[in-house]
Design a protein. Structure first.
Ligand SMILES: Nc1ncnc2c1ncn2[C@@H]1O[C@H](COP(=O)(O)OP(=O)(O)OP(=O)(O)O)[C@@H](O)[C@H]1O
Ligand SMILES: Nc1ncnc2c1ncn2[C@@H]1O[C@H](COP(=O)(O)OP(=O)(O)OP(=O)(O)O)[C@@H](O)[C@H]1O
Ligand SMILES: [Mg+2]
Ligand SMILES: [Mg+2]
Lengths: 208, 236, 236, 236, 208
């Protein structure tokens, strides 16, 4: 069970939201540009810290006002950032392998790339790929870590309809295998309705 | 003396760099008769060497180009006073570039000819510069030459300035002039015009090889060693 | 410690400032030319640029003396046509500092340019910016940390230059005596008080320049130093 | 030119290699610690790190001599507890090279780290990578151009170090005679042939090392050097 | 009149397409991820050069097999890149002003930012902005140059429906004022149909 109450002052408004997501569920944050969606995910990932509130994942308290924040690398999250943040000095395959804990990394990475239809790019570097190819690499990289909670920031924005559907299938398949909660940001209502267990509409930092 | 051939005694001699060739030859001679002693040198400016010895450099014998550096060490009991001995002396000469463009420069117009630069060792730090200043002051020519002086950080630099013709005239020790084939002596400076350029030597108090050190220092004053020194331009 | 003239301070500032500007311009220019280009022999030329760092400064100075000496090709040409006397003048000191500090700037700038994202330069071109404008407004600001490091190293090195300078500019009190020379000769003469005085001056000079530089860099070029931490709010 | 021993070559390689590794490790470490941190006095400490560059090497050597002298705090401690004799030993040469080259590495590394995109480090953390792993696999590769520049500068400087080394390690043939010293003393003795020989050797050594380094860097670390030109096809 | 024939070998296939767009028209490149859309725009912008073919804009020949390519900075284009490529060391306002030729830059930049609803961010740096805010800045920056041809690479992908509509209105308004051709890449069919004078469906480098 993922459970967070995020309070954070931003330059133009204040974020104050509570998100709960059970294992196997998908919570969607839906809202206009600049409403604080990415900042929420950043807080869950530990890249930015809330001013107060709490973040709990199962038995682990990632954040709470009265303790030192749990460091990012110890939170078992998979995070697809809005701008991918692929490692420019690593090939697609190495990028995907980076967070893997298991053995037989190469094999698994390849299988994953194959599911996303980009296994032919396994030796390509990020600057040699198209926007959608990079985005799929970023999703594969996050999934490869077998996280306890998955954070997706507009993960399908650069994909055409077919690639988008394929990717969604892969993501939900893996979610079923791992039995984890997903928190996903999108501004595409059809997409939100399709996958969400629950849709949080956010505007200026508040759920409406 | 140790009779085993492989147990050679090594002593480290710190000496003024102007003595490099002469001392190297003397050491070779010395080792011929004292087969169990091996001489290793470290050369440098006397001031630098004195400082290093003060800081505990494992030196056995110090041969300085100036009395004052030896005096400081003596005051601090870093050398054995009773071993201190004056080994040799040097004289000053005026030089110019050999086959250079200023062949009109000669003994008679040293202080009157229209030259731009006169190179000498820095009179604050280089022994040859100290003595040159004394002599020129006594001659009453220090002030005339003052605007033309270029100071070197050691005698070698003075030689280089003259060798390349950038300084038309320079004042160095006889031994230095002799070591370069690109300069020629145009005048000798009367040794009575400056305090004598003595090269004192002494054994270091902390030496672990007092016997060998003493033997080498003693050898410096023998006729054999003195003869070699003379061939390199020193006077005794 | 005797009377102290402030000449070395002024001279050091002048020489270091001119040399730093020269090196910054030449080094940045060459680094930019070379950074994104690959041609046969590039690495060799780059290794060649490092020579002044590998060779003892005295040797570099010796080379410059040979090159710029008054009877030598370049030196004579400069004298005849530009009436520039390089040897034994402060211009010689500038040349020595420039040559010796150059590798520091070149390497720093070259590395800095390699770390700049070429995509941003391309974007600037699509907005109609000329090469020079892109360099000035995109490349340089983004490479700024590296360029600043090169600048700081260059200034520090130029300020401290001593070995090569002494060789080509000589030590002429009141004309070519920079602070490092004053320090060197004071140490050599055992005048620790004077040496300490000049060390304090040069350290103060170096410190204040570098502190001012990084302050200026932080103030005026805040836009140059991209804050990177992901997501901390604008004004918190 | 007399017989030439290859001792200086071996010694120079040893000293430069050890010093370069030491400087690379310490410089990179300190730069990393300081790069993203801001605390009061940071700039002052950074300016302080530049001291060895601003002061004439001889003076740095003098300072080291004072610090590591037998009767001095550090020197005595090292001697009593580690039986290390620093003055007049090759360890002294390593220390001199390390101190003198340090600023070059620190400045280069510090600038390189500042140019690395913090977002990528954050991304690595989200993938579970520890600080050390992020440093090793993300920060270092991305900062590589700058680190390499620092490494090259450090090696060149350590190889060419002379002034400070002479002061603390002395010039003892067969024991502390690095190539720069051999060059210096050959020039000093007017033995231009020998000087030229060693200049060629040191240049060859510097060149081959630097060429090898950039070749290795290009080969093994192709992944480290991100091609930036927007959009050139993968294999064309 | 914009007229191009672009031939270019890519690692996995070859691009060979011909695009014509009259002033005031909008050509849309529509196709799956990795089909060569961005590469086409890069060629028109002069960031990548075709192997052969030609690119002509009015009387200017940007590219032709038998002459040196016209340099990017002389092509009068406005290009919104897929990953924005905002200058990280400049504020939003400075970014927008960068390519302006006219006087009263500040005023005009502000007006433009206002039309995109981000004038309150004029002193913000790119790393202080949300994904959609960055995207709108990139569009504003390209429009500010008053180009002769506008290249848009999925320019609305990070925007919610409202922001998307607003942005489209601004773009088409400015197009009408300048009377220029637009070439736009998108994988959103509704969007394509809405704005396109002509839709080119691209797949593996060919129009189908
Ligand atoms: N590092 C930062 N410093 C200051 N302000 C910031 C920073 N990051 C984001 N903001 C501001 O916080 C607000 C929310 O940003 P956020 O990135 O969370 O929006 P978002 O909902 O993800 O929008 P989008 O859909 O456009 O990505 C915006 O007004 C943005 O300008
Ligand atoms: N610099 C490069 N080097 C090698 N291959 C490249 C490079 N840039 C793109 N490619 C390849 O060229 C093909 C087309 O890429 P392009 O970026 O044009 O696709 P796209 O149509 O824009 O896709 P998307 O919608 O995902 O952005 C892809 O297969 C990609 O991997
Ligand atoms: Mg966002
Ligand atoms: Mg694309």
């Amino acid at each position: 069970m993922f459970d967070a109450h995020l309070i954070k002052d931003l330059p133009d408004f204040k974020i104050d939201v509570a998100i709960k997501t059970a294992k196997g569920e998908v919570s969607v944050l839906f809202g206009p540009s600049g409403s604080g969606k990415t900042t929420c995910l950043d807080m869950i990932a530990g890249l930015v810290h809330p001013n107060s509130g709490h973040i709990r994942m199962g038995d682990n308290t990632y954040f709470s006002s009265n303790q030192k924040p749990y460091p990012t690398e110890k939170r078992s999250i998979g995070y697809v950032m809005q701008d991918y943040a692929l490692f420019p000095h690593m090939t697609t395959e190495k990028n995907v392998q980076y967070g893997m804990k298991s053995v037989r990394k190469s094999e698994k990475a390849l299988a994953l790339l194959d599911q996303f239809g980009i296994s032919h790019l396994r030796n390509a570097y990020p600057h040699e790929m198209s926007g959608g190819e990079k985005q799929r690499t970023a999703i594969a990289r996050a999934l490869a870590t077998e996280p306890e909670v998955l954070l997706l920031d507009e993960p399908l924005s650069a994909l055409d309809d077919k690639a988008r559907n394929d990717a969604l299938t892969v993501i939900t398949d893996i979610q079923r295998d791992l039995n984890i909660p997903i928190i996903m940001v999108t501004h595409n209502w059809t997409e939100a309705e399709k996958v969400a267990t629950r849709i949080y509409k956010i505007e200026k930092g508040r759920f409406i | 003396t140790n009779s085993e051939a492989d147990a050679k005694v090594e002593i480290l001699v710190a000496a003024a760099s102007s003595m490099t060739p002469a001392l190297t030859e003397i050491a070779t001679e010395f080792e011929k008769t004292n087969t169990y002693t091996q001489i290793t040198f470290t050369f440098g400016s006397s001031g630098k060497l004195a400082q290093q010895i003060k800081s505990g450099a494992p030196v056995d014998v110090f041969i300085s180009a100036s009395s004052s550096d030896m005096d400081t060490l003596e005051k601090d009991n870093i050398i054995k006073s009773d071993t201190r001995v004056d080994i040799t002396t040097n004289t000053l000469v005026v030089i110019r570039q050999k086959n250079g463009g200023n062949s009109s420069l000669n003994e008679d117009n040293l202080f009157t000819s229209k030259i731009e630069h006169v190179a000498i060792g820095n009179p604050d730090t280089v022994p040859a510069g100290v003595y040159a200043k004394e002599a020129l002051t006594k001659l009453g020519e220090w002030e005339t030459l003052e605007p033309k002086f270029v100071f070197g950080k050691d005698v070698r630099q003075v030689l280089t300035f003259v060798e390349t013709g950038n300084a038309e005239m320079g004042i160095v020790f006889t031994t230095d002039a002799q070591s370069s084939d690109k300069v020629e002596v145009i005048s000798k400076i009367d040794p009575t015009l400056h305090s004598s350029a003595i090269y004192p030597g002494a054994v270091i108090t902390a030496t672990k090889q007092p016997k060998a050190a003493n033997a080498f220092l003693d050898y410096m004053t023998t006729p054999e060693a003195q003869k070699i020194l003379v061939t390199y331009g020193f006077t005794n | 410690m005797g009377e102290i003239s402030y000449g070395p301070l002024i001279l050091s500032i002048k020489v270091a400032a001119i040399a730093t500007i020269l090196v910054f311009l030449i080094g940045t220019f060459l680094a930019r030319i070379f950074a994104r280009r690959n041609f046969f022999g590039k690495t060799i030329i780059e290794a060649f640029f490092l020579l002044p760092l590998v060779l003892p400064p005295t040797v570099v100075g010796f080379g410059l003396l040979i090159l710029f000496g008054k009877d030598q090709l370049l030196g004579r040409w400069l004298y005849d046509y530009a009436h520039l006397q390089i040897v034994f003048s402060w211009i010689g000191a500038v040349i020595a500092s420039t040559v010796v500090a150059f590798p520091l700037m070149y390497q720093s700038a070259s590395a800095a340019f390699k770390q700049v994202d070429g995509k941003l330069e391309a974007a600037a071109h699509t907005l109609g910016a000329s090469r020079w404008r892109v360099f000035r407004t995109i490349t340089m600001p983004l490479a700024w940390p590296g360029l600043l490091a090169g600048f700081v190293l260059t200034f520090a090195r130029a300020l401290g230059e001593f070995g090569a300078t002494l060789m080509i500019a000589g030590y002429i009190p009141g004309r070519t005596d920079t602070i490092p020379m004053a320090i060197y000769f004071a140490v050599e003469a055992g005048d620790m008080q004077k040496a300490t005085f000049w060390v304090i001056i040069i350290v103060a000079l170096g410190f204040s320049t570098i502190l001012w530089l990084s302050w200026w860099s932080n103030q005026n070029l805040r836009r140059f130093t991209v804050k990177r931490k992901g997501g901390a709010p604008r004004n918190v």
